[in-house]
Design a protein around this ligand. Structure first.
Ligand code: 5GP
Ligand code: ZN
Length: 112
């Protein structure tokens, strides 16, 4: 499958990995938009949160558990943002569901 995130999980494209288990993979974004900017993705190829249903939704809960663990380890637990872009208007550029975690700068609201 021609998916860069599936290739990252498979080790075919190098990445700066933070965490991995049987369900998810976390790595630093190649083009960081904050001093801390990493992505958490399911190992299963799910195109976006629009495809979440009763069969695959457990991985989303697990992703949030992993985020809670990683923000403590990276010492950003007191302020961070989790972002999921969906579809063209939502700014999604990679069609493999991912959760951005941004921290260590003042994050504006509303986002652009
Ligand atoms: P999106 O725009 O779909 O919400 O987010 C995709 C993210 O993936 C972007 O922030 C982009 O910088 C990141 N990205 C795209 N290709 C690669 C890659 O090959 N390696 C890493 N580490 N990040 C990537
Ligand atoms: Zn994929």
């Amino acid at each position: 499958m021609d998916c860069i995130f599936c290739k990252i999980i498979a080790g075919e494209i190098p990445s700066n990995k933070i965490y991995e288990d049987e369900l998810v993979y976390a790595f630093h974004d190649i083009d960081p938009k904050a001093p801390v900017h990493f992505l958490v993705i399911p190992k299963e190829h799910i195109r976006s949160v629009l495809e979440i249903n009763g069969t695959n939704s457990a991985v989303v809960a697990h992703i949030y558990e992993v985020i809670a663990k990683l923000v403590k380890e990276l010492d950003v637990k007191d302020g961070y943002r989790v972002v999921t872009n969906v579809g063209e208007d939502g700014g999604q550029t990679v069609d493999h569901m991912h959760f951005h975690v941004l921290a260590k700068r003042n994050l504006a609201w509303p986002p652009g």
